[in-house]
Design a protein around this ligand. Structure first.
Ligand code: VG1
Ligand code: CO
Length: 550
């Protein structure tokens, strides 16, 4: 094998965000941009002999090109085998599973997740370590440092690998007598087998045969083939239960983000009054997010996590109970209430799935979730969209109750943490930073101040001490905590590629059952006004309404 050392010039903007490096496709298309970033990883990691790298992505534009480059660079950097999802497609949870199942050294997942795709859209790349989870900050910080001083990368001369056909191709390795293998695998079967081992497929199959009507929306993204195999082939759902299940390079021109704004076709079907179906669900670009809908009913991701925790023993894989739960800081405290009742620990981590990995590896938590439509368990080390859908179907089938009935009963038992997130996208970075600075400047004056029926108890910048490895992550969100347990959190996104995205997370606890029927925006109206007043958001950004409300 011929290996070339290619001189290159460093870029200064390759700082991985909440989940990998995300940039416009055009940025990634600059000569050496992808190569520099990949080499910075290979220079950071100590790759042992006989190491396997898993490579795949959500099928977006630029995926195939990047895969060939990564194969050539992995060969040159000492990997002996690369496993690639057929056609280059691997959902994020499937990649996590493949890394674990085949005991790979790590994996590169090519995705910008819920961000738009296509020539004018976004591309992204993230690295997962041997436990199947996102690289921790210790690694990504070092990669960023290396990317700023890199001067050359290593790449092998290899013929174009056909990633469409399942099979193995061997090439001579870097040193005489060694081989380098590229294996194209059917990750759909591996993932479907895993799901079948966790959930009660016979009882879900019965539910789907009983006239229960559902729709799963893959949003033209990666979960289409997985949903077809699991829901249709293995669980007997009619093919009409699927929508947008052909992956496309630009996600059909849409925004593959499963929320009430971007999954509007599904939302229409599920909020069609009498005609609405029993169950609706969607997942995002790379298949790690999920949205759950009942008949004319939306389940907030924070509530979803709490319901899954409360009902986990109905699922075969969790029949013996869960060890603990974890949620990202802005996620509502609904799951905390369940954990308290189950007498299990509940951890609060910064935003981003990478913070759950240590807790799961140490066996401290089984279920984890984020308010951003992410839920999963220790079966993999990523959030898992279809897993959440199957979990809900399993609960519905076992309880013989609909989504809304399950939620109302849950709130009756635990009270309701009314919750909403307001996103202001693409605002100028200066204005966004000004809003955060303005809030922080009031840290000493806000405590004890009253706003209507709410009184501020304290304010802070969330900081996390990892109980397993002792690492500290600071500046993870600005919190205003009220005396009754309600809170407002302000946070700047780490996944956007245009200007800044400011997120406002609103939460108020409502013990009164009579008010559980209220729409969250109505129930939180006062909180929303307080958030705008404290942040001066309208005055500072000129925005009068959020871009997305979830
Ligand atoms: C967002 C979410 C966060 C999630 C991350 C990656 O990050 O808020 O909870 O882990 O996206 O999800 P941010 O920094 O933009 O708020 V995905 O589905 O893009 O891998
Ligand atoms: Co995603």
């Amino acid at each position: 094998m011929i290996v070339n050392l290619v001189p290159t010039q460093a870029f200064n903007d390759q700082k991985p965000g909440t989940s990998g490096l995300r940039k416009k496709v055009k940025v990634f298309q600059q000569p050496n941009y992808l190569e520099n970033f990949v080499q910075s990883f290979f220079d950071t990691l100590i790759v042992p002999a006989d190491a396997t790298l898993v490579v795949g992505g959500d099928g977006r534009y630029h995926n195939r090109h990047a895969i060939q480059t990564i194969i050539e660079m992995a060969a040159a950097n000492g990997f002996s085998r690369v496993l690639v999802g057929q056609a280059g497609i691997l959902s994020t949870p499937a990649a996590s599973h493949v890394i674990r199942k085949y005991q790979a050294f790590g994996g590169m997942v090519l995705s910008a997740s819920h961000n738009q795709g296509g020539l004018n859209g976004d591309f992204g790349i993230k690295y997962n370590i041997g436990n199947g989870g996102p690289a921790p900050e210790k690694i990504t910080d070092e990669v960023f440092a290396k990317s700023k001083v890199i001067s050359q990368y290593k790449i092998a001369e290899l013929p174009l690998v056909d990633i469409n056909a399942i099979g193995k191709t061997e090439f001579p390795g870097v040193n005489n007598g060694e081989t380098f293998t590229v294996e194209i695998i059917d990750a759909v079967q591996d993932y479907a087998d895993l799901m079948q081992s966790l959930f009660d497929f016979p009882v879900i199959r019965q539910l789907l045969a009983s006239g229960f009507e559902m729709k799963f929306d893959a949003m033209h993204a990666v979960t289409g083939p997985y949903a077809k195999e699991i829901l249709v082939n293995r669980l007997g759902a009619p093919i009409e239960s699927l929508m947008n299940c052909e992956p496309s390079e630009d996600f059909g021109g849409g925004h593959p983000d499963p929320n009430l704004t971007y999954a509007e076709d599904l939302v229409k079907i599920m909020f069609a009054g009498e005609d609405a179906l029993d169950f609706g669900a969607a997942s995002d670009g790379d298949g790690d997010r999920n949205m759950i809908l009942g008949q004319n009913f939306f389940v907030t991701p924070s509530d979803s996590l709490a319901v899954l925790a409360a009902n986990a023993t109905l699922v075969p894989a969790y029949a013996k109970g869960i060890a603990g739960a974890a949620r990202s800081m802005p996620t509502s405290g609904a799951v905390d209430r369940v954990a308290a009742k189950l007498n299990i620990p509940c951890f609060e981590t910064p935003t981003g799935w990478k913070f759950f990995g240590n807790l799961m590896d140490a066996g401290k938590v089984t279920l984890c979730g984020e308010e951003s439509f992410g839920t999963s368990s220790s079966h993999v080390r990523e959030k898992d969209g279809l897993w959440a859908v199957l979990f809900w179907l399993n609960i519905i089938a076992a309880k013989k109750q609909g989504v809304e009935a399950i939620l109302l009963a849950h709130w009756r038992e635990f009270g309701r943490n009314v919750y909403s997130r307001h996103d202001y996208e693409s605002i100028p970075a200066d204005a966004a930073n000004g809003v955060i600075a303005h809030i922080k400047s009031q840290f000493t004056t806000l405590p004890n101040q009253s706003f209507g029926r709410y009184t501020v108890k304290s304010c802070d910048d969330f900081s996390y001490l990892d109980p397993i490895d002792g690492s500290v992550s600071s500046n993870q969100g600005t919190r205003i905590l009220f005396t009754d347990g309600s809170r407002i959190v302000f946070r700047l996104s780490g996944t956007g590629t245009e200007g800044a995205t400011l997120r406002i997370y609103l939460e108020a606890f409502e013990p009164d059952t009579a008010k559980h029927y209220l729409d969250a925006q109505v129930a939180l109206a006062e909180m929303i006004q307080i958030a705008l007043q404290i942040s001066q958001l309208v005055e500072r950004t000129g925005r009068t309404a959020p871009t997305v409300i979830t």
